[in-house]
Ligand binder design. Structure first.
Ligand code: AP5
Length: 215
């Protein structure tokens, strides 16, 4: 199964992609996670991407194209994948078409999660992440067992640099201008499935499962 998961910042793409990949037995391909790891380890990609990611702007399409061609060409992606946060521009839709065309495969579904802006701001404002193992928490809806400490690896939790109020506003604006047209493109192709992202993570996954896993 080849699925792309899209939706505004903080709607729960990463949370749901982790569950969906476990249910489908395919890799989770998050361009955001790949970029943050490249920034953390100061690779050439990370050095080029840092200013864009931390300012809430999109990283240039050609950098994302190289990254995604390399990732989807790896053997584990041969059995399928869940794309999280890609494609994010109309240009990236074309990039994905070309990469999948070379591999001789196609997307099965594009899922868009939606939620009111007030809920998105609440989710992003309370998010805490583990800088070492990438586990994601929320101070209200998914608090760690011990405040400020990762349940999985014991590291100190942090806020993402792009989860400040002004950068959240910028990311939401960029989503409306550059990413919503991607949903329209997939709707025209008959691939888009819209899923309500409110309610608990289990409730949201129940809706996703009905559309993707049990369909
Ligand atoms: P990326 O990492 O993709 O960020 P994003 O799209 O802004 O999404 P987030 O990771 O912020 O949120 P999410 O939807 O995954 O929500 P989560 O599950 O964590 O990209 C970051 C940056 O990288 C971009 O701004 C850009 O610069 C660059 N980039 C990435 N891809 C790119 C591309 N293709 N092209 C160009 N640039 C690119 O949940 C959020 C919080 O809510 C968590 O605390 C979670 O615990 C909580 N939560 C989740 N679900 C629920 C629920 N149902 N109820 C209550 N709380 C919940």
């Amino acid at each position: 199964m080849r699925v792309a998961l899209m939706g505004p910042p903080g709607v729960g793409k990463g949370t749901q992609a982790a569950r969906l990949t476990a249910a489908l037995g395919v890799p989770h391909v998050s361009t955001g996670d790949i970029l943050r790891e490249a920034i953390r380890t100061a690779t050439p990609l990370g050095r080029k991407a840092k200013g864009f990611v931390e300012g809430g702007k999109l990283v240039p399409d050609e950098l994302i194209g190289e990254l995604i061609a390399e990732r989807l060409g790896r053997p584990d992606a041969g059995r399928g994948f869940v794309l999280d946060g890609f494609p994010r521009t109309v240009e990236q839709v074309g990039i994905l078409d070309r990469v999948l065309g070379r591999l001789g495969v196609a997307l099965d579904r594009v899922i868009i999660l939606f939620a009111p802006e007030s809920e998105i701001v609440r989710r992003l404002g309370g998010r805490r992440v583990c800088p070492r193992c990438n586990e994601v928490f929320h101070i209200e809806s998914r608090p760690p067992k011990s405040a400020g400490v990762c349940d999985k690896c014991g590291s100190a939790l942090a806020q993402r640099p792009d989860d400040s109020e002004d950068v959240i506003r910028e990311r939401l604006a960029v989503y409306g201008e550059q990413t919503l047209p991607v949903a329209a493109a997939y709707r025209e192709r008959g691939l888009l499935v819209e899923i309500e992202g409110t309610g608990s993570p289990d409730e949201v996954f129940g809706r996703l499962e009905a559309e993707v896993v049990k369909a």
